[in-house]
Design a protein. Structure first.
Length: 222
């Protein structure tokens, strides 16, 4: 969290820095109480953004503003900061028709897509806002993994392969190693598996099945 300046106690800002592929982003999470003066709040927010303007070219401000994007005070603020608001759907439904008071503002609107809201069931009148950042990554080359196949391994057969040597008078370690490897290769042969470059070990069979089920239900609902 960034703490260059101390703001009034009634101002609720949490500025923090995120580094994405050598690009620094300033994120500011905010909350403006409904009864707080709009200009007072936005002026303090402008001071915070100006404070970090020499350090960050990419800025995002998000939270519950309790101000609609078309309010004159908000229009003046977004114009001064060269901000665009990403959320176009209503987020608060205290009134009959709803309003947009939970916002995501940024000076890099083309770095985001799929901005919207959804109901979580945790709030009686607010929807959760979200957006996705556009990103790219360099795909890694496939990797080959050598492993032993123990599916048909039999300990009894393995022991019987080694027993004649163990009962002989030959005590050479090199010969023992060769016999051991020969028996192991016969009972648990080596195999090669090709892994994708973007292999995700955390995505196991259970999670893959859950993702497939979710996609199937989503298609069915549409």
């Amino acid at each position: 969290m960034l703490t260059k300046h101390k703001f009034p106690s009634d101002i609720q800002f949490i500025p923090f820095e995120i580094n994405l592929r050598k690009e620094k982003w300033l994120f500011v999470s905010i909350y403006k109480p409904p009864n707080q003066n709009n200009k007072y709040f936005l002026n303090n927010l402008s001071d915070l953004l100006d404070l970090y303007s020499s350090t960050f070219d990419n800025k995002v401000v998000l939270g519950d503003f309790n101000i609609t994007p078309d309010h004159p005070d908000m229009l003046s603020f977004t114009n001064d900061q060269n901000f665009s608001h990403l959320i176009k759907k209503n987020t608060c439904f205290k009134g009959k028709n709803g309003s947009i008071i939970d916002l995501i503002l940024t000076n890099r609107k083309f770095n985001f897509k799929f901005s919207s809201t959804f109901e979580t069931g945790l709030s009686d009148h607010h929807h959760l806002i979200y957006s996705m950042m556009k990103a790219s990554f360099q795909k890694e080359e496939p990797k080959s993994l050598i492993y032993r196949d123990f599916d048909k391994f039999s300990m009894q057969n393995f022991k019987s392969e080694l027993e004649p040597f163990l009962q002989s008078d030959e005590k050479s370690y090199q010969i023992f190693e060769n016999k051991f490897t020969e028996a192991l290769n016969k009972n648990a042969p080596k195999k090669c598996k090709i892994l994708r470059g973007n292999h995700k070990p955390h995505v196991d069979k259970t999670l893959r099945n859950a993702i497939m089920k979710r996609s199937k239900l989503k298609k069915k609902s549409k």
